[in-house]
Design a protein around this ligand. Structure first.
Ligand SMILES: [Zn+2]
Length: 229
């Protein structure tokens, strides 16, 4: 089955819910690539030991993604971050410590700056600066809205959110089917998958590289393509 452009009109309640989510979260339901038949792939909270296999899959299919890395994990796996960058993926700032930034912008500003410092060291590039930011938990809290560092970067938004952060091997297929169904329904979108659940790396995400392999094959078979922000 190939994707066909839809003509559904949104009911008022859907517009209202969409506007509320857009103001409090990084959800931007009507932003590109929605409706274009294209998919933006983003991966949160890595790198992890499974990241190399994920990069192998993306390389095999010539697909570029956005990695929203946690600085504390980049410290553990700097070579993986260096490889992702060298292979043309976008590296987004997802803070150093993935704290919940609520009211005060200054701790968040420091956390964003520290993540960029970590990335400069890992990538061995003193000039490197992230141009994208994804707040921890995808929330646009007062701290995020007031943060100079957050405002200086583009938001690594999502066009819809199906939470896979707690998804283990047992329910991976079901969650991926929901993502596929929504991609078909919305004719593309910017989606997130989690390389791990930070700071508690449970459940195991060993299933992720194979699931992404399957998703890419499925998307291409359905006439969809991959793009970046
Ligand atoms: Zn995260």
């Amino acid at each position: 089955m190939r994707y066909m452009p839809g003509t559904l009109r949104k009911p008022l309640y859907a517009v209202t819910i969409g506007m509320t989510l857009s103001s409090c979260t990084i959800l931007q339901p009507d932003s590109p690539p929605k409706g274009s038949g294209k998919i933006i792939l983003t991966f949160d909270d890595g790198p992890t030991p499974a990241s190399e296999r994920l990069l192998d899959v993306l390389k095999k299919h010539h697909v570029k993604a956005t990695f929203c890395y946690v600085g504390a994990n980049v410290v553990k796996y700097p070579k993986t971050a260096r490889r992702a960058y060298a292979e043309g993926h976008t590296i987004s700032n997802h803070t150093q410590n993935h704290r919940r930034p609520f009211l005060l912008p200054s701790p968040l500003d420091q956390d964003i700056q520290q993540a960029d410092t970590t990335l400069r060291q890992a990538l061995d590039d003193p000039e490197f600066e992230t141009t994208f930011f994804r707040p921890p938990y995808g929330l646009k809290t007062p701290a995020v809205l007031l943060s100079h560092e957050a405002s200086a970067r583009r938001t690594a938004y999502l066009t819809f959110f199906i939470d896979d952060s707690s998804t283990g091997q047992g329910n991976a297929k079901r969650v991926m089917e929901r993502i596929k169904k929504t991609l078909l329904h919305r004719h593309g979108g910017a989606i997130v998958l989690h390389e791990m659940r930070y700071p508690s790396p449970q459940p195991s995400k060993e299933w992720l590289p194979d699931a992404v392999d399957d998703l890419i094959i499925w998307a291409k078979a359905n006439g969809m393509a991959f793009t970046q922000y």
